[in-house]
Design a protein around this ligand. Structure first.
Ligand SMILES: NC(=O)C1=CN([C@@H]2O[C@H](COP(=O)(O)OP(=O)(O)OC[C@H]3O[C@@H](n4cnc5c(N)ncnc54)[C@H](O)[C@@H]3O)[C@@H](O)[C@H]2O)C=CC1
Ligand SMILES: O=C(O)[C@@H]1CCC=N1
Length: 271
């Protein structure tokens, strides 16, 4: 008995198997989804997926349990045009911006769940937020949640309006953190460290701090204070980083706002 029994019997269709679709598929197969029950539609499927026993660019099953849409928002109209009408198939989309109403226009009777995952899903460390349409039952939401739990944690939203903020924070967020690693490494180089040493120190500092933030009982603010000796080095650094005008907080506010606004724009016009 597996959480994917119904899917193994009726099938899952994955439209778009790039970075996000591929990361999810990896997690599902590791959690017991049978490759033969998965139909992957992707005109440019990476070679790594060709010999895994998946149904690649094959005719779609009549009554698949789930249709997962993981193409770029700009390609969504084309992709939706290629999917025949569905009977009793849960539609799950991970696309940024594209609204539930867009999927309802194509599949008027379908239960739809919109999800925002992130790329740490590739190593089972993602976080996904999800929300369903009015046709999505508790069982539909549970199924979507089980799929996303295969690649990390899951939170449920109260309203679709929250999705663009989620996208700007946790969907895009890994890129901010990777840039922070780059910036910290460059700053170490500016202080005379070799590029390799600076990158190793920056990468492990971010990874370790992230792991501690998850593991510890204390808030991040307390963990920060634990590093900060009065009159010490961290206090000197944080005076710059936490400057009310020029510090990270106003910069991050503008960063997340810009990403969320782009999500809203994609939702309005799909481009
Ligand atoms: N990459 C990320 O960090 C995240 C991406 N997303 C969402 O996931 C979706 C996919 O993004 P990525 O995986 O990064 O893009 P990607 O470019 O890596 O993958 C998209 C895949 O779709 C395929 N494709 C294009 N047109 C198609 C069509 N008509 N039918 C079937 N397949 C088609 C492409 O060949 C490609 O393999 C986007 O909507 C994005 O907003 C969501 C959260 C995080
Ligand atoms: O950049 C993007 O539009 C996608 C959505 C969230 C992360 N990547």
């Amino acid at each position: 008995m597996s959480e994917f029994d119904d899917i193994n019997e009726r099938g899952l269709v994955l439209v778009g198997c790039g970075r996000m679709g591929g990361a999810m598929l990896k997690g599902w197969l590791a959690r017991g989804l049978q490759p033969g029950s998965v139909t992957v539609i992707d005109p440019k499927l990476a070679p790594e997926w060709q010999d895994k026993g998946l149904r690649v660019n094959a005719p779609l099953p009549d009554n698949a349990a789930v249709l997962v849409l993981a193409v770029k928002p700009q390609m969504m109209a084309d992709a939706l045009g290629e999917v025949p009408s569905l009977t009793d198939t849960l539609v799950v989309s991970v696309a940024a911006g594209t609204t539930i109403a867009t999927y309802e226009a194509t599949f008027p009777n379908a239960a739809v769940v919109r999800v925002m995952p992130n790329t740490p899903s590739a190593i089972g460390q993602g976080i996904s937020a999800l929300i369903g349409n009015h046709r999505a039952t508790a069982a539909d939401l549970d199924l979507a949640e089980a799929l996303m739990r295969a690649v990390g944690r899951v939170v449920r939203l109260d309203s679709e309006d929250q999705m663009d903020a989620v996208t700007g924070l946790s969907g895009s967020g890994p890129a901010y953190v990777f840039h922070m690693i780059e910036a910290m490494a460059q700053a170490g180089e500016a202080e005379g460290l070799s590029p390799d040493l600076a990158l190793e120190l920056a990468r492990m500092t971010v990874a370790g701090a992230g792991a501690l933030a998850i593991d510890a009982d204390e808030d991040p603010a307390v963990l920060r204070e634990n590093v900060t000796s009065p009159g010490g080095t961290t206090a000197a650094g944080l005076r710059v980083l936490m400057d009310a005008q020029d510090g990270l907080r106003p910069l991050m506010t503008r960063t997340v706002a810009a990403a969320a606004e782009r999500g809203r724009e994609l939702g309005r016009n799909g481009k």
